[in-house]
Design a protein around this ligand. Sequence first.
Ligand code: G6P
Length: 633
Amino acid sequence: MCGIVGFTGKLQAGPILLDGLSKLEYRGYDSAGVAVRDGSEDPVVVKAKGRLSVLSAKIDGGTAIPGTCGIGHTRWATHGEPTEQNAHPHVSEDFLVVGVHNGIIENYQELKEKLIGNGYTFYSETDTEVAVKLIDYYYKKYKVGPIDALAKTMVRVRGSYALAVMFRDYPGEIYAARKDSPLILGVSEEGCFLASDVPAILKYTRNVCYIDNLEMARLTADKFEVYDLNGDVVRKPVKEITWDAEAAEKGGFRHFMLKEIHEQPHAVEATVNSAVKPAAQAEGLEAAPEKVRENADELLEIDLSACGLTEEIVKTVSSIWMIACGSAYHVGLAASYVIEDLAQIPVRCELASEFRYRKLMPGPETMAVIISQSGETADTLAALRKAKSLGIRTLAIVNVVGSSIAREADHVFYTLAGPEIAVATTKAYSAQLAACDILAMYFAKVRGTIGAERLQELLQEIRKVPGKIEKVLEDKERIQWFASKFAHMNDAFLIGRGLDSAVCMEGSLKIKEISYIHSEAYAAGELKHGTISLVEPGTLAIGVATQPAIYEKTLSNMVELKSRGAYLMGLTVYGHYAMEDTAAFTVYVPKTDPLFTANLAVIPLQLLGYYLAVNRGEDVDKPRNLAKSVTVE
Ligand code: G6P
C-alpha cells in the first residue's frame, strides 16, 4: 500500500507534493514524508508520524523547503511500525540515492544481509531502506548510471514495488520503477509528475501515461522517458484523463463517504447506460420479436461490445467463479444469487486471498469474473493471474481505467462510478452490483433461460434503480436519528436469507469498518446454531427481508431474537407493513424486481454505518488500520 508522488519542473515542488499526497491519503495515512532538491544541493528530507497535516505544518505547506524537484510518500505500515524513522523517503548514507516505495520487497532480509556484508548499516526496519541501499550498491559497483542500477535492483528483488528515486549526481531528475504496484506519469508545460493514482496530479495535468510491470522511467523538467529492463526506450502513448477533478473533491459534503453515497444514483445510471441501450442503438434489432420492433422506442437491449463479451463466448461458458476482496466480494455473493436465478449457471464465489492458494479444478468452460474498484488489490490481481494460468477466460469488473487488473484481464466491464476516495466503498459497490445484474441478464438472454418479455421487464426495471436509490436517500434523516440513538452500542447483528444475506454482509462491514462497533452478518437460519447466545437484552438486530419467497422465514428468525431481548430494526420493501408488528424500527425501500432489491437495501445500511461513525466522532473517510487500495498481500 502507500501513495507516492513526484514532481520535477518549473514550480516549487513542496506544495505540489503535499497536494498530491493529500489525494493519496486513502492509500495509507500513518506517516508521511518528502524529499525536495534545490538545484544540485542535497535533498532536504522531512518526515512526520501521523496524518499528512502534521508533515504539512512542519514545512509550512511545502514552502519551507525550496526546490523544484522532489518526491513524497504517505505510508501504510507493512515492515516496521509507523514511526518517523520508518517513514519514507529513505536515503543511502551519503544521500547518493533517496527513494520512496509502495509495495513489499519479499526477500529484503536476504538482501539486507548481503548489504551488511558489504559494509552497509541500517537505521530503519523497512524493506524500502534495503531497496534504496541496493540501488546505491549497484550504482557504485557498476558505475553505469541510474537506469542500469535500477534494472539490476529490479532483477534482484522479489515482491511488488512502485519506486521513485533521486540520485545526487542527477539534479532535476527523478527515476521510477514498477512491478505490481501502480504508477502513472504525467506531463504539462510546468513539468513532469509521477504518482500512484491519477487524482494526485489531476490538478496539474490530464495527460498521463501508465508504466507497465518491469518498466522504468526517467523524468526531467520537460519530458519523461520509459525504459524496459534492458535499458531500451519504450514508446508509450500519452492518454487524456477525461473525468473531472471536481469529482475527486468533497463538493460541499462533510465527508467523501457521504458525497459518494449521494453519487450512487449517478454511478449506477452511468454504468447501466453504458450497457443497456435503446434497442435501435444496439445490434440485432432485426432479430428481435415483433413486439420489440413495433415498440422500438421503448425497447432496450444489452450491448457488451465494449468488453468484447460476444454471444458466442457466453454460449461456451458453463460455470462462473466470482473472485474479489472486501466489499467487491460481497458484490460477488449478491450477484451469485442473481446469475444463478436468471441464467441458471452455477456460480462459485471466492475470496481472492483464498483463491490464489487453493487447488481448484476449473472446467474447460469456467469463466472467472474478477471484481475490483481499484483494479490494483494485490490478492485480486494475483487471483486474476492464477485464473489466467489455469487457462480460463477472465472478465474484470473494474472502476479505475487502465489499472493492472483492467489491463491484464481478457475482458473488462468498466463501472462508471468515477473516483472513489472514502476508504469504505459505497458508489463503487453499487456500480459493481449493477454491472453484475447486467451480466446476469446477458447470460440469461444468450442461454435462453429467460424470454424476451421478461428481459424487457428486467431491463426497464434496472433503469429505474437509480431513481429508486434517490428515493431511499430522501429518507436519510430517519436513519440519522436512529444512528444517534444507537451510537453507544457495542454489538449489532444483521440477518437475512438468500440475496438479503449478501446485503447483510456488506451492511455489517460498513458498520464495523468505520464506526468500530462490532457487527456480524448471519444467514438468518444459521444464527440459532451458536451465535444467538451473544444476544442480550437491548442488542441491536437488523433483519433484512426483501425477498417475498423467504420474507416470512426471516421474520420468524427476527422474532426468535426479539424473544431473547434484541431490539429489532427491520429493512424491507414498501408493502410489507407486517414488519412493523415485529420490528421496533422499520426502514422501507421502494418496490423493484426482487432480484434488484440488494441495490436498494444496501443504501440504508451504508447510511447507518456512516451516521454511527459520525455520532461516535470517528474519522469516517480514513478509518484506523485501513487503506482503500490494498496493494500488499
Ligand atoms: C479495501 C477497501 C474495500 C474494498 C477492498 C477491495 O479493503 O477498504 O472497500 O472493497 O479493499 O478493493 P478493490 O479495489 O479491489 O475493490
